[in-house]
Design a protein around this ligand. Structure first.
Ligand code: GLY
Length: 257
């Protein structure tokens, strides 16, 4: 069954890493409320949600997408590109070991799940300040024997590759094409974010709908006009920590309890 691992918002989220936006006060109660609404929506869309407890000393630990990539065959545990977040990987590995055999990318390689966009058997991996060429090389070496292809994508202008492009299904990418090298993506159809909403490229396509931040109505209109069903979700408080919609869960098929 579809499983979603999440982790509750840390009380330290006000000290989160920030790369591309200015720090603003974060209302913890409101952030938690929005994260809980996200978990409720995942459950409504058919996922069994495994909600891990908050980590008081790890400000960014709710972003469980970053420390691991889960495939049917194994889970790859990643050394995050920012040192303040490295301890998150060990904690997540404990939970993932209940579901998958584990493999590890090692330093000096760095890699974050936010940079990893999967489309079928292809993994497009962003080369960013968080994910380096050595991390991508090791990741490819681990997963290629299982029949996956890994393609590096230079990214500029945003935190992760999936801040700039996500896959909506039906051969379609939602993107801010100014922020990454589009050359590796030949053959896909594009929906461009509205120019007034440059951060609107991160959407979560799940169970026949596109879960999308309520704060980007113009881009939402563009997606909806092309026959995608869109489910808006208010993550405005979490966006102050540079949250998107993919980064707050790790989604995979669970083959055991
Ligand atoms: N605040 C998310 C990150 O920078 O990792």
């Amino acid at each position: 069954m579809l499983t979603a691992i999440t982790r509750a918002v840390s009380p330290a989220i006000v000290h989160c890493e920030l790369s591309f936006i200015d720090r603003k006060p974060i209302d913890l109660a409101r952030a938690r409320q929005q994260h809980q609404a996200y978990e409720v929506l995942l459950a409504k869309l058919g996922a069994r949600v495994v909600s891990l407890p908050p980590e008081p000393h790890l400000p960014d630990s709710m972003f469980v997408e970053d420390p691991a990539i889960v495939l049917d065959e194994l889970a790859v545990i990643l050394p995050l590109g920012t040192e303040s977040r490295r301890r998150e990987a060990h904690l997540l590995a404990q939970e993932l070991s209940k579901h998958r055999k584990l493999a590890y990318v090692q330093l000096p390689g760095t890699l974050e799940g936010g940079d990893v966009l999967r489309i079928g058997r292809k993994f497009f991996v962003g080369l960013t300040k968080r994910s380096n060429a050595e991390g991508i090389r090791q990741f490819a070496e681990i997963i290629k024997p299982h029949g996956y292809e890994v393609i590096s994508v230079p990214v500029t202008g945003c935190l992760h590759l999936k801040s700039a492009v996500t896959f909506l299904g039906d051969n379609t990418l939602l993107a801010n094409r100014a922020w990454f090298d589009t050359a590796p993506f030949g053959g896909y159809d594009w929906i461009d974010v509205d120019p007034s909403e440059p951060h609107a490229a991160n959407a979560l396509a799940l169970s026949g709908t596109v879960v999308f931040p309520a704060s980007f109505p113009k881009t939402r209109g563009r997606i909806g006009s092309l026959d995608f069903r869109v489910t808006p979700l208010d993550i405005s408080e979490l966006q102050k920590a540079e949250s998107g919609l993919t980064c707050s869960s790790l989604l995979f098929e669970s083959f055991s309890g």
